[in-house]
Design a protein around this ligand. Structure first.
Ligand SMILES: Cc1ncc(COP(=O)(O)O)c(C=O)c1O
Length: 398
């Protein structure tokens, strides 16, 4: 038998996806698992969006579209970038893809050559290093500190840059830490970006999910580096549309053309019906719905924070955005419970799932080995159930 791709032996599977699938399977088997794994709002997609999709089907809008996206959606995205992010793109500078994940991958394909380095602050979203490796580039991981709320500093960034640096992947609000960079912090990072000439792939998928009166700021809106920034966003999180698979990017025209070329050979256009639905999301005056969803996430965040503050030895950085709490579990490692030896955060997650029926994700996939990510994008009832079980589980480890 001929061997499979060598490259894939160095690529990890998405741990979040695996644990999400495992919790889902247990639930399907009738096991009452409280799952804090998913990065997915639990609210239904708003009705106007669903209506637009139904109408698209009824109108037989079910064929290939232009590879780049349907004109009205390209225009709506350009207007969204202007309205929300102070980014000035023509519709021709937008590319619609199959989720923000796809937009990120297309961006990397568009700019990277073999051996180029891509700076990734850790903790990072699980897919950044793996996607970087898939395009034959090299991830350069920069460890950030919880003392700085897991934000990369300009000095750290400067140090990570070499002659081979092609780009940095920048994510605010952050998955998994919930960190939100301020405008001043971003301006300071932009100075380094400007001097180095590298690109920034700015993942802004959680831009709407910020708390405590903070405001999202787009790095691409800084005049001095506008042409170096690829801004990635989508409808998955803001409009509860994870399954529809629509993401988009805005960038310099030649970058968009390159990304579009990649897409034209790999997937062609994003789903036609979902593009109509995404148009309805962006043009549907849904600010009220988005605000209500964020308020509900905030209520859950505060509940989880107050409960976790009661667990002696559990440390975490106060999350300011997205819908995750990233907790340090080092004080619970090397303990024994229910006959299980807990030697790592993975073991702890296994203990939580198998003995206490709470699914969480170990930090190793996010580049932080003693940490665990818990999502509060699940119902309050599930969250309460999970918290009760987590208290019981950690008590046994004291
Ligand atoms: C930081 C980050 N970027 C991108 C994505 C992918 O979004 P989409 O579902 O639109 O592909 C996710 C999804 O979890 C994410 O957490």
């Amino acid at each position: 038998m001929r061997p499979l791709s060598k490259k894939l032996s160095s690529i990890e599977r998405s741990q979040t996806m695996m644990l999400f699938a495992r919790a889902k399977k247990m639930k399907a088997e009738g096991i009452d698992v409280a799952s804090l794994t998913a990065g997915e709002p639990d609210f239904p997609t708003p009705q106007v969006i669903k209506d637009a999709a139904i109408k698209a089907i009824e109108e037989n809008f079910t064929k290939y579209t232009a590879n780049q996206g349907i004109p009205e959606l390209l225009k709506a995205v350009a207007e969204k970038f202007q309205r929300d992010n102070n980014l000035h793109f023509e519709p021709s500078q937008v590319l619609i893809s199959c989720g923000a994940k796809h937009s990120l991958y297309n961006s990397l394909q568009a700019i990277c050559n073999r051996g180029d380095e891509v700076v990734i602050p850790a903790p990072y979203w699980v897919s950044y290093p793996e996607m970087t490796k898939l395009v034959d580039a090299v991830p350069v991981i920069v460890k950030t500190s919880p003392a700085n709320q897991f934000k990369i500093t300009p000095t750290q960034l400067k140090k990570a840059i070499s002659k081979k640096t092609k780009a940095m992947i920048f994510c605010t609000p952050s998955n998994p830490t919930g960190a939100v960079y301020s405008k001043d912090e971003i301006l300071a990072i932009a100075e380094v970006v400007k001097t180095s000439g590298m690109y920034v792939i700015s993942d802004e998928i959680y831009e709407k999910v910020v708390y405590d009166g903070l405001e999202h700021f787009s790095i691409g809106s800084i005049d001095a580096i506008r042409d170096q920034v690829i801004t990635v966003n989508g409808v998955s999180k803001a409009y509860s549309m994870t399954g529809w698979r629509i993401g988009f990017l805005g960038a310099r025209k030649d970058i968009v053309d390159a990304a579009e070329k990649v897409q034209s050979q790999v997937t062609s256009n994003a789903n036609a019906i979902a593009q109509r639905a995404a148009y309805a999301a962006l043009n549907g005056n849904l600010n009220g719905e988005v605000k209500a969803m964020v308020q509900e996430f905030d209520r859950r965040r505060q509940f989880l924070v107050s409960e976790f503050q009661k667990i002696k030895g559990l440390e975490f950085v106060y999350p300011r955005g997205a819908f995750y709490i990233f907790a340090n579990v080092k004080n619970f490692i090397r303990k024994t419970a229910n006959g299980l030896n807990i030697a790592s955060a993975e073991d702890l997650c296994e203990y939580l799932l198998s003995k206490h029926l709470v699914a969480t994700v170990p930090g190793s996939g996010f580049g932080a080995k003693d940490w665990v990510r818990m999502s509060y994008a699940c119902s309050m009832a599930d969250l309460q159930k999970a918290v009760g079980r987590i208290h019981a589980a950690f008590e046994k480890l004291q």
